[in-house]
Design a protein around this ligand. Structure first.
Ligand SMILES: [Zn+2]
Length: 113
């Protein structure tokens, strides 16, 4: 489960930033996770519980905002949500690897005290 490693690194950064602001506790953390990021939200939530133990983020509320996949067709410019691992444009059936969103994996907000 690589989510634990991802969460450990994310928490490290979050805790560093919180300390820079003179905070002694993190109350809430929010992440954006794209459906193509390779990260399973449930596993990430579980990883948070594990990785936050014994840190200033231990009692923080952890939220995940899921970002759907969007593709942009190279041929006709149609934006579409891929339904399969093959990103085929529903308009002209061109196979497109032009992913506009869905690969996000980022910390978007943090509340500290
Ligand atoms: Zn197209």
């Amino acid at each position: 489960m690589h989510e634990v490693g991802i969460m450990e690194r994310t928490l490290e950064i979050a805790i560093d930033r919180a300390r820079e602001r003179g905070a002694s506790q993190i109350h809430a953390l929010k992440m954006r996770v794209g459906v193509l990021s390779g990260v399973v939200p449930d596993a990430l939530s579980f990883a948070f519980d594990v990785a936050a133990q014994g840190t200033i983020a231990e009692n923080a509320r952890f939220e995940i905002e899921s970002v759907p996949a969007r593709c942009l067709c190279d041929r006709c410019g149609q934006e579409f949500e891929p339904v399969d691992i093959i990103f085929e444009c529903p308009n002209c059936h061109q196979i497109s690897a032009n992913v506009a969103s869905g690969k996000e994996l980022e910390l978007t907000s943090m509340e500290v005290a």
